[in-house]
Structures are given as C-alpha cells and as structure tokens.
Design a protein around this ligand. Structure first.
Ligand SMILES: C[S@@+](CC[C@H](N)C(=O)[O-])C[C@H]1O[C@@H](n2cnc3c(N)ncnc32)[C@H](O)[C@@H]1O
Length: 386
C-alpha cells in the first residue's frame, strides 16, 4: 500500500480496515479441529469482506485446504472505490494476470476460488487460487455475494466494524455456521443477544481479555497506547492492539463445555476475596428479582434463583451448567418481556434520579442503608441448570 498523507480520510476509514494476523486465525481454527477434526471436512468456506492480496484469512485457508479437508474455498473482496479507505494500488498478482482489466480494477469486487490443483504441483494450495472480477463491487449485501453465502457451509471473516450489526443480520439470515471477529460489546446488541440466550451463538476460543493485534493501512491513526502494546508483543510498524476484540461462533469447541468450579454462598462470603460480599453478603436488586454477583469467581454453587453477573461471564459460560435468561439495558425490552423486572413507583424513580443523575430504571440497583440507589449498570442474568 502506498503512503497516505490524508489522515482525515484515513481516520474515517480506520474502523473498517483492520487486518487479522495469521497466528490469530491459526490459533482459533486449530482449537475447533482439536475438538472435532472434521469441522471443515467437505465444507465450502466463504470468506466475505476479504482481499486475498492482503488478507491472512485466504492465505490460511488456502494453505491448509488439504489439512482441513475443504471442498471449496471462496473469498470475495470489496472494490476500492466503494471502500472508505481508497489508498490502493493493484498488486503484481492482479496486474500480471491475464484477467487484469484496468477499467474494472477499482470499481469491481473480486472473487477468488480454490477447488483443485490447477498447476499440477500435486497439492491444492494458495498457488491454485483462481479469480475473476465480480459483476458488482463485492459488497457482502449484494445479490452476488448473498448467492455465494447461500452456497457455502461456513462463513469466516473479520467484518467491517462500521457495518457489524448489518453483517450479523446478514449472517443470521443465512443460518450457516460462522466464525467471525467482533468487539466483545457486540454480544449485547439486540440483533445478537437473542442468539446468545438461545445458545445459537457463543464466544470463540479466543474470548474476552485476549490481546489481539491487527495490521492497519499506512497513515491510519491508532491509539498510541495500543500501538505500543502491539510493539511489546513483537508487532512493529503498521499494527495496533484492539483490547476488546474476540471471536464469535456457532461452531462447537471444547472450552465452552468446561464447567466453572464454584464455592457455596457461605464459603464465598467466608473465604472469597470480594470485600463487598464480606461486608454486605449477597444482595438482591430492587428492580429485578435476582441476586447480584459482583464477580465470576463469586458465583455460588448453591443458589437456584436468577443471578446477575458481569458480561465477562460469557467467556466462562458452559451451557450444561447455566442458562442465560436476560441482559439488562433496554427499558422497553425489560417492561415488555422481562417477567422478573419491577420498576419502582414514579415518585421513587424521581427521587432516585435526583439522588444519582446516572440512575436509570433499567439498570439493576440496590437501595443502600441511607436510602440512596447503588447501580450495577450492566448484568447478564443467569440461572443454574438443575
Ligand atoms: C475489518 S477489515 C478485515 C479485512 C480482512 N477480512 C482481515 O481480517 O484481514 C473489513 C474489510 O471489509 C471491507 N468492507 C467494508 N465494507 C464492506 C462491504 N459493504 N462489503 C464487503 N466488504 C466491506 C473493508 O474495506 C475491509 O477491507
């Protein structure tokens, strides 16, 4: 990629142009294979929102085509004129190809396919990729790419961050298996959370709290702290760490079937490390009929009712051990659908708002001994499976 001095444009584009590291893809995919060596066997894998000339997704799946036992690999890329980040020059791969077309190179998407040994090397690998221009610009929402989605078995990508919600809807509609990268907060989106609740989507093996490092194009401004962290991890140059990134999937892996080892309520209060539990014991919210659990390691083994836990619980969630019932955050949702939500009387709500300007009726809270609300902000509501 050529140098780009237009930092303003680069900044606007930066949320969509983060390139995944080969090692991160390898680590994630290998974990599914450990659990089930046939996860990808005889499958068609689609990599939308990709660009084989830059992307490690295509590189990884093409290089491992035979090991994974793939039937077909399809990778599509988005036309440079349709991207927000337009600093692009065609690679030698494209210009040196008999299919290169100077009129199409900037406005058409491309499709790369791998199905067979085209060069007679005796193996199917990246050198056997065949490509052509798409009719349109390669937008994942275009009829062409939707048709490819419908032909595929597994969709794998790091979608553009600015279109994450739309991408999720596109994915859900397909009812296909998927393995995608996103921001951990996405799991609470209205489009997404019902899937998590129904155990139709979960965190991948690289869950919360993993420091994923991404490549960025020239000129893109990144947070200096994240850049320095990436450097510390050995990535020097056009790289940045994105602390809240993780993988989401509906493909099974072993880590999610490992139950948490838990203590009883009594032992948590006596031996646990959480000061608020030692001082107040476990407390029930005023507006949700549920017990607050301030940390994952304080989830008691002997409570059968509903418990409110921090979002990080999802990283440890074992569907055989717990069911997910709700998430806090939306008042209209809570009022309509949450049977254990009871808002305070209007006069109390007015008073709480005056006492604490950040107080919101939909956030779980307690009233302390001084009559002041103490808010827990966000919680996932869970219950132990019998
Ligand atoms: C976060 S990057 C990830 C790139 C690559 N998959 C990787 O991880 O290395 C998302 C890519 O999607 C492209 N993109 C943006 N909008 C798109 C759209 N509507 N359809 C398809 N791709 C899009 C961006 O230009 C960018 O290259």
């Amino acid at each position: 990629m050529a140098n780009n001095t237009n930092l303003g444009a680069a900044k606007a584009a930066k949320n969509d142009e983060f390139y995944t590291q080969y090692a991160d893809i390898q680590k994630e995919v290998n974990a599914y294979l450990e659990y089930n060596p046939d996860t990808f066997r005889d499958k068609t894998v689609l990599l939308p929102c990709d660009d084989p000339e830059w992307s490690n997704f295509t590189r990884f799946f093409a290089q491992n085509f035979e090991r994974l036992g793939l039937k077909r690999l399809i990778s599509t890329s988005f036309a440079v004129e349709s991207k927000k980040y337009k600093d692009y020059e065609p690679t030698l791969f494209e210009t040196g190809s008999p299919w290169f077309d100077a009129d199409k190179t900037r406005i058409k998407g491309k499709i790369f396919e791998l199905t067979r040994d085209t060069n007679g090397s005796g193996r199917i690998d990246i050198d056997d990729l065949e490509w052509h221009y798409l009719e349109g610009d390669g937008d994942f929402r275009s009829p062409e790419v939707c048709a490819l989605r419908d032909q595929s078995d597994i969709i794998v990508t790091n979608p553009p961050f600015s279109l994450f919600r739309e991408f999720m809807l596109w994915l859900i509609k397909s009812k296909k298996q998927f393995l995608i990268i996103g921001n951990q907060n996405a799991i609470t989106y209205r489009e997404f959370f019902p899937l998590v609740k129904s155990d139709l989507c979960w965190l991948g093996v690289t869950g919360f709290g993993s420091d994923m490092v991404f490549g960025v194009p020239d000129g893109v401004e990144v947070d200096i702290k994240d850049k320095l962290k990436a450097e510390k991890m050995g990535y020097v140059g056009n790289f940045t760490r994105l602390g809240n990134s993780c993988w989401f999937t509906n493909i099974d892996h072993g880590r999610r079937h490992t139950p948490l080892s838990l203590m009883t309520m009594k032992d948590n209060i006596r031996y646990g490390k959480h000061k608020e539990l030692k001082e107040n014991g476990y407390r029930k919210y005023s507006n949700y009929d549920a017990l607050d659990i301030p940390a994952i390691d304080a989830i008691p083994s002997d409570y059968d009712g509903i418990m409110g836990v921090p979002l990080t619980f999802l990283d440890k969630y074992c569907p055989e051990q717990f069911e997910i019932i709700w998430r806090t955050g939306d008042i209209d949702w809570a009022e309509k659908e949450c049977y254990f939500f009871t808002p305070p009387a209007a006069a109390d709500a007015e008073r709480y708002k005056k006492q604490d300007r950040t107080w919101r009726v939909q956030n779980p809270y307690f009233i302390n001994q001084n009559g002041i609300p103490e808010t827990c902000y966000f919680r996932i509501l869970i219950r132990k499976k019998q």
